[in-house]
Every structure is written in C-alpha cells, then in structure tokens.
Design a protein around this ligand. Structure first.
Ligand code: SF4
Length: 454
C-alpha cells in the first residue's frame, strides 16, 4: 500500500451504519487493522483505506450508503492509491454486490458479515493481486471464530456479541438472509470476554444478539439466556449489564426473575412489539399476540416496579388499516414505554412482506407515524415526570458541550443532565431528579460514588 505523502503507518477511515451489532463488528475490523499497523482518522482525505460497514435493514439506509459510496469517486480520482472497501449486511445481498460490481468500479473490496475475521487475507489479496475482491457468500453457518482482536471505541461502554444470526424470518426482515441462522457462543468464551471488560473498568456492558432470548439453544450443552445472565451477574465489580434484542416469543418469566434478583442487571427491557394488533402480528410472522406481549409486561413489571420498557414499532405494515393501527396506539398507552424506535414500513428485497399488497399511500402512513410519535411523547413525558423527586444511580457519560452539564443515563436508559465535576465522567453518581422535560431529566448530585443498586 502506498502511504500517501506521509511515509508513516497506513491510515483507515471506518464508517459504520445501522445497529449496535454493526458497531461491534466495526470494533473487530479496527482491531484487526490495528494489528496490521493501521492508525485511524475521521477525515476521508487523509485515509489510505476507506471502509463502510453497511446496514440493510431499511431502504433509506441503503440509499444513504449508495449516495456516500458515489461521493468517494472524487476522492479516489484525487488519490488513486486509496483503497475502498465495503462490508456489512448490504454486501450479503447478491443484487447489491452485483450493482457494486457494475456501477462502482473504484470499489476494491467487498465482503459480508461472515468474512470479517478474514479481513487481513482479503486486504492482502486486494493489494498483492491488484484486483477487485468480492467475498460475500456465507461460509459454514455453524462456525464462530473466537479471538478476533477488538479495538473498542470507548472506555465506559462495551458490547459483547453472545450470538449471531436469526431463525425467525419475520416477514418484513432481511436479517436471517444476510446474517444466517442462529449460532451461540460458548458461555465460557462470553464469560472470559466479560470478565476482561469488567477488569478493564468498563461500566456499561451490553450483550448483543438478534434474539438473545433464544441464546444457547443450539449449543451441544444448551444454556438458557437467563442462566447466562445469572452467571455473568456473579462477576465481581462495579458495572451494569444490559442486553438487546429480546423477542417476546422467547422471553421467559425466568429471565425476569433473574433481572429482578440481579446485582448488576439494568432494569431496562427492550422488547420489540412491532404492532398491537393480532392480525398484523400474524402477518408479520411474530409468533405472539397482543395478550402474550401484555402478560409478559405485567409479569416483568410485577417483578421490577421500576422497570423501563422500550420497543420497536413498524407503522403502515402492508394491509394494515387505520383501525388496526389504533391497537398499536392503545398498546403503547397501556404499556407506558419510556421510548420507542418507530419506523414506517420499508419493503426489503426477498422478504415475504415485499410481495404483500400495500394499498395505504405513503402520505397517509406519514400521518399515522406523526400520530404515533405524538402519543409516545405524551406517554414518555408522563413517565419521566413520575421520576421527579427520586434518586437514581446514573452512569456519567460526558459533559454536554451545549449545556455545560454532565450527562448520563439511569439504569432504565433515560438521559439525565446535571451540574458536576469532570472527575465524575465514567463513574456512577447518585442523582436526585429535580425536573422532567419530555424524555430528558434534569437533576442534582445527591451523593457520588455511592453504593446502590443498578
Ligand atoms: S427476530 Fe425478526 S425482526 Fe428480529 S432479526 Fe430476527 S427476523 Fe429480523
């Protein structure tokens, strides 16, 4: 690789799109590049290698990626030795790889999520042969490669992937096609990584998987997610554990019992419901109905009265009527979500929902979307207002440049801003909530570095 006008080590710019799993994958990519001698930059003009880790979950995300790849053409013209690489979920889709091959000749390397651990070899092939390399076909689906180096972006929050892939085939979702079938890491490997993070001082550790509730089913000695969580919670130290994403079909009472009794497990549950209407849930192939979802929530709230619940919702699924959409509005009021990730349905190539009749015009779906956001704002504001006067254990993340206040999150993942010293960043602080503005809380330091439940 010619290192542009510096004669020093090569420099890489990594841009990550999409979910936390992609963020975790990018940390593995950076770990391998670092071992190869790369340093990192955010400036495209300085880079010898530009790599986009892409997301296929929505059409909008794909369009943005294509737009940004197109913009690299001019940089490549100015710096012909620049290597352009693309990876992630989008690259597992044959129609995308084909389009890159035909329409973006300046892209040097394309690889999918299954090939991340092969990055050094792929880069070598690209450089030595001077040819374009495309490696986007899934390999042995059961394979999990341990020991890939990781370069973590932060020093307070860390992500641990506990399983890969998904078996559920929700009718709108492309994940099982691009990330393959479910496979779980051995609990010993997870425990070892987790202990290392606690020892290194990480305070907020999130366990990642597309459907963590079905963790361990495919292992030779099956272990449930609740058992894994319980084992991790026994690791001594000052930290909190989160996990995502849970599927209501596989969530168990045992899981909520472990959460309630845990020393380090956040009372935060991200449980995507997607819709509050039984017919729509069936069309989505979600394998639960509204009552099953609500009964899980009732049990979880009984075990953890301070539980903060968040969710994902799709507005305007093909064939959804306004009356059915109203069932979603009533569900969010009934549950009292702290926050929601809401999306207007976006057809994904190769999924069952792509072929469904979708008679509701986009403009009408936009109106429903606004209605949902307004309802959720009200629900979140009421929930945050109910916290005023309470003292919360807050993990201080940073000083907010705009307000000058410290900013952190409660165990329930709600943002709290409060005045305090820089030395509090990266620690747990006891904060008395004094004010609620929609879904952001204001507070004051009650007692720092205090022992308290998560
Ligand atoms: S559970 Fe459904 S929505 Fe989630 S990744 Fe699997 S198929 Fe997609």
């Amino acid at each position: 690789m010619s290192v542009r006008a510096r004669g020093a080590s090569p420099v890489a710019m990594i841009h990550t799109y999409g979910c936390q799993q992609n963020v975790a994958d990018s940390e593995k990519i950076k770990g391998q590049l670092e071992q190869m001698g790369f340093s990192f930059t955010d400036a495209a003009e300085e880079a010898d290698l530009i790599l986009f880790n892409t997301c296929a979950i929505r059409e909008h995300a794909e369009d943005r990626v294509f737009g940004n790849i197109g913009a690299l053409k001019n940089i490549k013209r100015r710096h012909p030795s620049l290597l352009v690489a693309l990876c992630g979920c989008m690259m597992e889709q044959p129609h995308v790889a084909e389009r890159i091959q035909k329409s973006f000749p300046f892209v040097n390397l394309v690889f999918g999520t299954h090939a991340i651990h092969r990055l050094p070899g792929l880069l070598y092939d690209t450089l030595v042969n001077g040819k374009r390399v495309f490696d986007h076909q899934p390999e042995d689906e059961s394979k999990i490669v341990e020991g890939v180096p990781v370069r973590r972006d932060g020093t307070v929050k860390a992500w641990v992937t506990i399983m890969y892939g998904c078996n559920n085939f929700c009718s709108y979702c492309v994940v099982p096609y691009v990330r393959g079938r479910e496979r779980s890491r051995e609990p010993e490997a997870i425990l070892k990584e987790f202990e290392g993070l606690v020892r290194a001082g990480y305070k907020d550790i999130t366990l990642l998987g597309q459907n963590v509730n079905s963790y361990g089913k495919s292992l030779a000695n099956p272990v449930s997610f609740a058992e894994l969580l319980h084992r991790l919670d026994q690791v001594p130290g000052d930290y909190r554990i989160r996990f995502m994403t849970s599927h209501p079909k596989d969530a168990t009472k045992e899981l909520f019992d472990v959460m309630a009794q845990g020393k380090h497990i956040s009372h935060h549950l991200h449980l995507p419901c997607q819709s509050g209407n039984d017919r729509v849930l069936k069309e989505m192939n979600r394998h639960y109905d509204r009552e099953r979802y609500l009964s899980l929530i009732r049990y979880a709230k009984k075990q953890m009265p301070d539980l903060s619940i968040t969710s994902d919702i799709i507005v305007g699924f093909p064939g959804e009527t306004y009356e059915e959409f109203q069932d979603t509005i009533s569900l969010i009021r009934e549950v009292g979500f702290t926050s929601l990730f809401t999306f207007i349905f976006s057809p994904r190539k190769g999924t069952r929902a792509e072929k469904m009749e979708d008679p509701v015009p986009a403009q009408e779906k936009s109106q429903w979307f606004q209605e949902l956001c307004a309802a959720q704002e009200q629900v979140a504001a009421e929930r945050c207002a109910s916290m005023v006067g309470r003292t919360e254990r807050v993990l201080v993340e940073e000083r907010n440049a705009k307000t000058g206040l410290l900013s952190g999150r409660t165990g329930g993942n709600i943002i709290v801003d409060f005045p305090g010293p820089d030395s509090a960043v990266g620690t747990f602080a006891q904060v008395k909530i004094t004010q609620a503005r929609n879904w952001i809380l204001k507070g004051e330091l009650a007692q720092q570095f205090a022992e308290a439940s998560v």
